[in-house]
Design a protein around this ligand. Structure first.
Ligand code: GAL
Length: 966
């Protein structure tokens, strides 16, 4: 990190003005800059707001508020009688918590995204890989209304991610099953929908005992959820493929549009496509006619040639847009606006990756998707912040290991300039799993950031004929959907088997096994090679001595898994070989679970370049020196607060992209010499409190500095946000750093004390401190500092005004900061409807010539002589007078069972009498349509309802309106 005093003071001034920080914050040497670990880890808050993500499809409305959640399974009683069994397997009659009329009155109200595992305590009996937290089964339910104007159109629900297996019922019908915690669950609810006052009920059973990974996968509906309302003839979901191509005659955008038609007739349509430049200019357009048969899809292709477009690259990620418009019957009925980038990708077997014909070394990290405090329910803005941290380190590539990322994540990669290796989860070419791979390619093939598909990670069958056959099929499936990007597989062995997977992919992906690079390349000189995964080094953030018993790992970059290597040694092997396209460090951030090389009580990983909160370890500075060419950077490790170690020799490690360093202690030179850009430099300095500083010399100029000062005991808390402003959209979230400072305002890197905090104008959605051994809850209003730091993840409340955080710790001066919430559109939400108990299903007797007894019941084995009718159904007129019996059963809501309620027929047609549990309770003497109301007695039920309706000759009759129980 460069310590430029002017920049530092300016930064602090911004901080002071915008944050109204208590006066304890001073312009402290070493506080500021970009937040490496090698000087004090306190980035200057930014004044920028996260930009809204692109809206591709305006037919989608979020459906994330007002859900009900039940932790644990709900097992309905098995049917006993014959007719009950008969009914139980009929459409619309899903039992238990999937049922339309299930009593969810005591379920918890939750908003999505939601990861219930992140609320769980750590327990030794739970799965180590998943981070020692119970996952289990959970249920979600929600009611919503559909406007009658939506009738006839196409309706879908999109769940961008549910961990892990899920079943989705719409109005009592099983409408989707998902076998992947990373694929979207796309539910076509068109045929099941009801319109008007009757609620649609969506019920979801989530099985999070199912595992797809050996890392923390979370539990629940953890990504965005949308209700999609389209015209009867529309553009299909993920139905625009518009990935630019460079051909012999220059650039063009081939556009393929998939159409959907839920209407009754074939539709003749017109599709228009336009290419919009980054500055908003229209660069060209095309029109084509198409046809969509009813209940089928159609396809229209167009082509948009363009001369000399602004190119997309990692340094200048310029995005165009393809706007596709669908016209039907002379009206515009649908539209998509898809960001695209013009760039070429080429892997060369000898020279690695070329983007736009320029060599680009992949300086990549593997990422899991969780963060401290929030688990896998990561707000979009937190994804953005994590990517900013990676960008600040010089990282240019991300491997989404080992699964499809959130769609927002890829939009951010497009916008920020990352190259993405997009990886399939389950290695299996059978139809269910191939569908997951195809979905991934279809969803993500327009992203300029996506440069490589990966069909698997480390599969034991990688060196077998069967494994080869499986990969061949999966590669073919990818190529059918996207012929522009190469396909890889991340192999960890079997490289030389006579039949192995490297023979059927475009790019060889090496997980570890760096010693094999040269041999493999010599044996396969035509096959491009990348490291798909490497390093697996261990570091505990802020620790500089390994303590095996305490599960703490030094951050001097000395320790790694047997199969990996230190950050430096690993990158050296990649950097020295032009034919290796680059690498992906395992991992960019620590993640919950996989506490290798330990187990309980350790609950999260040590592999991260940053910890679980995104606080940098020494690895951050090491990679920044490797990966940034400009500006010059230098860092110094460890910190310089070691009370009790006076006189002891301390190893001082310097990482820099500048060739020479001078190390000073209180101004006096204590080390001097060359710095290897990859390996860094080391000196041993006897410890004495003071200021240790490194100067990075380029020729005769100091181009960068970093320093640490010995801190005294902590006297005050300090809060530092990443940003001084937040979007008042109710979603914007950021991590706020909490640390302590000494009497002179210096960060105290050794403080490990408990803190408490409160927030106004927002909420705390999680807390963390990056300690892999901590069992403190990740929710709540308290957190112990770990090696000087903790993080509060705050989310803005909708609206403008201040967002204030106050923090306290015993014996220290408290801290308070105020951030500004600025006006920002609050994403519209589909309103949630309150619970309403409806009696929907009746058995209706045949017409009877004489008034029947209310005890008249069909035989249990008789499925046929009594009809099954729904409330609201008219019974057609008969030529003669007659009576019909309607029977139903009501299990009252728990609160009604205690004190009783009212049953209301909105409309009954005919003369009617009502019996509840065999007792007459109401009559309706007037034959014209009208309401009928009666008390429902207390008691758990089921209560038996019997309505006898008398119809005059030639007159309609029956239960012609909704029936409510209140
Ligand atoms: C690899 C694997 C990763 C992670 C890593 C830990 O084998 O692909 O998911 O487990 O090892 O070193």
């Amino acid at each position: 990190m460069t310590i430029d005093r002017r920049g530092l003071l300016a930064g602090t001034a911004v901080l002071g003005a915008a944050l109204s920080v208590r006066p304890v914050v001073a312009a402290t040497p070493g506080v500021g800059g970009d937040g490496g670990a090698g000087a004090l880890p306190m980035p200057v808050p930014s004044d920028l707001l996260p930009e809204p993500l692109p809206v591709i499809d305006r037919n989608r409305t979020r459906m994330e508020r007002g859900w009900l959640f039940h932790e644990g399974d709900v097992v309905p009683p098995r049917p006993q009688g014959h007719h009950e069994t008969y009914l139980s397997v009929k459409a619309g009659n899903a039992p238990g918590a999937a049922a339309l009329d299930y009593d969810d009155g005591d379920w918890a109200a939750v908003d999505l995204p939601h990861d219930w595992a992140s609320f769980q305590p750590f327990v030794e009996t739970a799965n180590v890989s998943q981070g020692y937290r119970a996952r289990g089964i959970g249920w979600y339910r929600r009611r919503f209304r559909l406007d009658p104007a939506d009738r006839g159109g196409r309706l879908e629900l999109h769940f961008d991610g549910i961990a892990t297996h899920a079943q989705v019922w719409i109005n009592g019908n099983l409408a989707a099953r998902s076998w992947s915690g990373y694929s979207a669950v796309i539910v076509d609810l068109t045929p099941f929908a009801t319109f008007g006052d009757e609620a649609n009920v969506v019920a979801i059973r989530v099985d999070a005992d199912a595992m797809e990974g050996w890392w923390y996968e979370g539990a629940g509906i953890y990504r965005h959820v949308w209700l999609v309302r389209r015209a009867p003839v529309s553009i299909a979901t993920d139905g625009v493929h518009c990935d630019p191509r460079k051909g012999p005659d220059g650039w063009h955008v081939p556009v393929t549009v998939t159409l959907d038609n839920v209407g009754p007739e074939a539709a003749a349509v017109t599709v228009g496509a336009a290419l919009i430049a980054p500055d908003g200019r229209r660069l060209g357009g095309a029109l084509a006619a198409g046809r969509a048969p009813p209940l089928d899809t159609g396809q229209v292709t167009l082509d948009l040639p363009v001369a000399d477009p602004a190119l997309w690259s990692v340094d200048r990620p310029q995005l165009h847009r393809v706007v596709v418009r669908l016209e039907h019957g002379g009206r515009a009925v649908d539209e998509r606006s898809v960001p695209v980038g013009f760039r070429t990708i080429r892997f060369d077997p000898d020279r690695g990756l070329f983007v736009n014909d320029r060599p680009v070394k992949l300086k990549g990290v593997c990422l899991h998707q969780d963060h401290a405090g929030v688990g896998v329910a990561v707000p979009d803005s937190l994804h953005q912040w994590r990517l900013e941290r990676l960008k600040a380190m010089g990282c240019n590539a991300i491997r989404c290991s080992h699964n499809a990322p959130a769609p927002e994540f890829l939009h951010l990669c497009d916008r920020m300039g990352f190259l993405v290796m997009n990886e399939n989860r389950i290695f299996n070419p059978s139809p269910d799993y191939l569908a997951q791979l195809e979905w991934l390619v279809r969803r993500d093939r327009n992203h300029p950031s996506v440069m490589l598909w990966s069909v698997f990670n480390e599969e034991p069958m990688q060196g077998t004929p069967a494994g080869v056959e499986m990969v061949r099929r999966m590669v073919a499936a990818v190529k059918r959907l996207d012929d522009s990007r190469p396909v890889t597989a991340a192999m960890n062995g079997s490289f030389y088997e006579p039949r192995n997977v490297s023979q059927v992919v475009d790019v060889m992906g090496f997980n570890y096994f760096q010693a094999d690079y040269d041999r493999f390349h010599a044996a396969n000189p035509r096959l491009p090679v990348t490291s798909s995964e490497d390093t697996s080094a261990y570091q505990t953030r802020g620790a500089f001595r390994t303590d095996e018993a305490a599960h703490i790992h030094t951050s001097y970059d000395e320790e790694a898994a047997d199969w990996g290597g230190t950050h430096r040694a690993t990158w050296k092997r990649i950097a020295e070989r032009a034919f290796v396209a680059g690498g992906f460090v395992w991992t960019g951030f620590d993640y919950h679970g996989e506490p290798t090389p330990h187990a309980w009580p350790t609950v999260s990983s040590f592999f991260g370049i940053m910890d679980l909160c995104g606080f940098p370890k020494t690895a951050f500075d090491i990679h920044r020196a490797h990966w940034t060419d400009d500006p010059p950077v230098v860092s110094i490790a460890p910190h310089w607060t070691w009370p009790g170690r006076e006189g002891e020799p301390i190893k001082v490690f310097v990482a820099s992209n500048v060739p020479r360093a001078v190390l000073r202690l209180d101004g006096k030179i204590v080390g001097e010499g060359p710095v290897d850009r990859i390996m860094g430099a080391e000196w041993t300095v006897p410890y004495r409190p003071g200021r240790i500083e490194v100067e990075a010399w380029d020729g005769d100029r100091i181009v960068a500095r970093a320093a640490h000062e010995t801190a005294g005991p902590p006297v005050a808390l300090r809060l530092t946000p990443a940003r001084v402003r937040m979007r008042g959209d109710g979603e914007d979230a950021q991590g706020v750093t909490i640390d302590t400072i000494d009497a002179r305002g210096r960060h105290v890197p050794t403080a490990n004390l408990p803190t408490r905090f409160t927030v106004e104008g927002g909420s705390i959605i999680g807390v963390g401190n990056g300690d892999p051994n901590s069992h403190e809850p990740e929710k709540g209003q308290a957190r112990r500092l770990f090696n000087g730091l903790a993080q509060i993840i705050v989310q803005s409340a909708a609206g403008t005004g201040p967002l204030c955080i106050r923090a306290e710790a015993d014996g220290l001066r408290p801290a308070a900061i105020t951030m500004r919430r600025v006006a920002a559109p609050v994403p519209a939400q589909v309103a949630a409807m309150a619970d309403e108990s409806l009696v929907r299903n009746w058995r209706r007797s045949p017409r009877l010539a004489a008034r029947p007894e209310p005890t008249l019941t069909p035989a249990d084995g008789d499925n046929n002589s009594w009809d099954l009718v729904r409330s609201g159904t008219v019974t057609l007129a008969d030529p003669v007078r007659g009576w019909r019996v309607y029977r139903s059963r009501v299990v009252p809501r728990r609160r009604l069972a205690a004190r009783g309620g009212t049953i209301t027929f909105e409309q009954v047609t005919g003369i009617a009498g009502l019996w509840v549990d065999g007792r007459p309770v109401a009559t309706k003497p007037d034959p014209t349509p009208g309401p009928l109301t009666a008390p429902l007695p207390a008691g758990e039920g089921p209560h038996v309802l019997v309505l006898i309706v008398e119809a005059a000759p030639g007159r309609e009759s029956g239960i012609t309106g909704l029936v409510r129980v209140r």
